[in-house]
Design a protein around this ligand. Structure first.
Ligand code: ADP
Ligand code: ZN
Ligand code: MG
Length: 479
C-alpha cells in the first residue's frame, strides 16, 4: 500500500510532547551557569549534583520565561502549581528523580493556529533537565561510558499537545509555528542540534469515520523536523499494515532510527515506568499573582501570526511575502523599519527579499550591514525619481560593502538621476543628430523606434537620465 492509499482509508492521530530549554543564564534550582560547551562537570554544585542535603531554590527568571511561553501559546497560567518528583534511575540523573510538575502544572488549555486550523495545547509545565551520558569520543570509550552533569538542572518547559494533528504535515507545521513563537519572545533558541528543542510524537491510526482513537505508539529520538515527519509517515504506514494484516497495535515506546528510516520497539506498556510521582517536599507551591502575569503580558512583543496578518493588511503584502518577512523577529523589525523609511512598503518588501537577501546569502551572513533606515532611504530615492531602479541595484552592493548611505555614494560618484530639462535636452539633441535614419523612420510612422532612441539617450547619460522625461522630451522634439 502506498502512503496515499493508506491515508484514503485510515486517519492518523498525532499528539506531541515538546521539551524546550529556557534561555536563562543559570539553572532552575541553583546558580550554576547553563553555558554550552564548558569542560565536563565544571558547571555543577551540590544541588545539581544531587548531593544529600542540598536544597533547590527556584529560579525566578525561569518561571518568568515559562509564563511568557505559556501566554504566547494562549494558555491559562494557574495561580498555583506544584513541583513533583518523578522517580527513575539513570546514571545521568544524580538525584534519582526529576523535579517536574504533574497534576498541577504551570499552565493549561492553550492553542496554536496553523493555516486556519487550531491545535490544542493541553499543558505547559516546568522541570529540570538531566545530565548527559557520553558513550564515545573519550578515553577507552569502548569499555566505559561517561557522565557530564553540566546540563543537569537546566530549566525546561514541556509542552504537551492534544491529539489534534491529523497528518505528519500538521505536526511539522505545529513545530515550525511553536519554534517561531518561542524564538520571537526570546525564551529559547530552540536550537535542535544543541538539544534546546526535543520532541516526542504520539501516533495512532483509525479508520476514517471512526470515532474512537486507536492505540498509540510514542516515537522518540526525533532529531530534526524533517526526521519527525519521516518517522511519523513510517509509523503511520507500519500501524496500518499491521492492522490490515490482522494484527493489533500495542501501546509502546519506539525509537526512530534516522539511518534506516524505521521505528523500532523499545518498551511496551507492561514495561512502562512507574514514576511514583509525589509532591516535591523541598519546594513550596509555586504561586503566580495576576500582577506578575499582567507584567509579562505587558512586555510581550507582537507575535508572528498577528504580525503576518498586519503586514498583509497594512502594507498590502502577499501572504507568502508576509510569511518570509516575519520569519524571525529581527527580520520583521528590519522590514517594518525599511518600509516606514521608504514610503513604499511593497517596494521595500521586494528589496529586502530580493537584492538584500541575495547579498546576505552571497556573503553568508545573517545580519545586514545596511541599516533598515539606509535601505529605506535608497527605496525612497527611487520613488522620488532621484535615481532609477537600475542604478539603485548598483548602489546597494556598495552600501553593503562599506555601510555608506545611498546619498553619500550618489554624491561622491555623481550618480544622481538627470531630470534637469536643459541637461536632458542637450543629450537628446545629440542622439537625434547622430541617428537620422531612426528619426526618419519615426516620422514616417514607425513609432516603435522610439525605444531605440530612448536607449541611446540612456546610454549617453550612463543610465542616469530619467527615462520618463527622456521619453517625453523625445516625443515633443520628433512631433
Ligand atoms: P499517557 O497517559 O500515555 O501519558 P496522555 O493521554 O497523557 O497519554 O497523552 C500523551 C500524549 O499523547 C499527548 O500529546 C496526547 O495528545 C497524545 N495522545 C493521547 N492519545 C493518543 C492517541 N490515541 N493517538 C495519538 N496521540 C495520542
Ligand atoms: Zn548547580
Ligand atoms: Mg500523560
Amino acid at each position: 500500500m502506498t502512503l496515499s492509499d493508506v491515508l484514503a482509508k485510515f486517519e492518523p492521530v498525532i499528539g506531541l510532547e515538546v521539551h524546550v530549554q529556557l534561555a536563562t543564564n543559570t539553572k532552575i534550582f541553583c546558580g550554576c551557569p547553563t553555558s554550552f560547551g564548558a569542560e565536563p562537570n565544571s558547571n555543577v554544585c551540590p544541588v545539581c549534583l544531587g548531593l544529600p542535603g542540598a536544597l533547590p531554590v527556584l529560579n525566578r527568571k525561569a518561571v518568568d520565561m515559562a509564563i511568557e511561553a505559556a501566554l504566547a501559546l494562549n494558555c491559562t497560567v494557574n495561580p498555583k502549581s506544584i513541583f513533583a518528583r518523578k522517580n527513575y534511575f539513570y546514571p545521568d540523573l544524580p538525584k534519582g528523580y526529576q523535579i517536574s510538575q504533574y497534576d498541577q502544572p504551570l499552565a493549561e488549555h492553550g492553542y496554536v493556529d496553523i493555516g486556519g486550523k487550531r491545535l490544542g495545547i493541553t499543558r505547559v509545565h516546568m522541570e529540570d533537565d538531566a545530565g548527559k551520558s557520553i558513550h564515545d569520543g573519550f578515553k577507552d570509550s569502548s569499555k566505559y561510558s561517561y557522565v557530564d552533569l553540566n546540563r543537569s538542572g537546566t530549566p525546561l518547559i514541556e509542552i504537551v499537545t492534544e491529539p489534534d494533528m491529523r497528518s505528519s504535515d500538521e505536526a511539522y507545521a505545529f513545530l515550525t509555528e511553536l519554534k517561531q513563537v518561542l524564538q520571537y519572545i526570546n525564551v529559547s533558541t530552540c536550537d535542535m542540534e544543541k538539544g534546546h528543542l526535543r520532541c516526542d510524537a504520539n501516533v495512532s491510526v483509525r479508520l476514517r469515520g471512526a470515532e474512537k482513537f486507536g492505540t498509540k505508539a510514542e516515537v522518540k529520538n526525533l532529531n530534526s523536523f524533517r526526521f519527525l515527519k519521516m518517522a511519523l509517515d513510517y509509523e503511520i504506514g507500519r500501524q496500518v499494515e499491521l492492522i490490515e494484516s490482522g494484527g493489533r497495535v500495542i501501546q509502546e515506546t519506539r525509537l526512530y532510527n534516522n539511518e534506516s528510516g524505521e521505528t523500532v520497539g523499545m518498551r511496551s506498556k507492561e514495561h512502562a515506568h512507574d514514576y511514583r510521582y509525589f509532591p516535591e517536599p523541598d519546594l513550596i507551591p509555586l504561586r503566580i499573582s495576576s500582577q506578575w502575569i499582567a507584567q509579562v503580558r505587558e512586555r510581550m512583543p507582537e507575535l508572528p501570526a498577528s504580525r503576518r496578518a498586519r503586514f498583509i493588511e497594512a502594507y498590502g503584502l502577499r501572504e507568502y511575502d508576509a510569511g518570509v518577512l516575519t520569519a524571525t523577529r529581527a527580520m520583521s523589525d528590519y522590514f517594518e523599519e525599511t518600509a516606514k523609511a521608504s514610503g513604499d512598503p511593497r517596494a521595500a518588501a521586494n528589496w529586502v527579499m530580493g537584492d538584500l537577501a541575495g547579498l546576505l546569502k552571497g556573503a553568508d551572513i545573517g545580519e545586514s550591514p545596511v541599516s533598515a533606515a539606509n535601505l529605506g532611504r535608497l527605496v525612497a530615492l527611487i520613488g522620488e525619481g532621484k535615481i532609477s531602479g537600475k542604478l539603485a541595484k548598483e548602489i546597494l552592493p556598495k552600501m553593503f560593502a562599506n555601510g555608506e548611505t545611498a546619498d553619500a555614494i550618489i554624491e561622491r560618484e555623481g550618480l544622481a538621476q538627470i531630470s534637469d530639462e536643459g541637461a536632458l535636452t542637450k543629450i537628446i539633441d545629440e542622439v537625434i543628430a547622430a541617428n537620422p535614419k531612426q528619426v526618419e523612420q519615426y516620422k514616417s510612422g514607425k513609432t516603435a523606434v522610439i525605444g531605440f532612441l530612448v536607449g541611446q539617450a540612456m546610454k549617453a547619460s550612463r543610465g542616469q537620465a530619467d527615462p520618463a522625461a527622456v521619453n517625453r522630451i523625445l516625443k515633443e522634439k520628433l512631433a
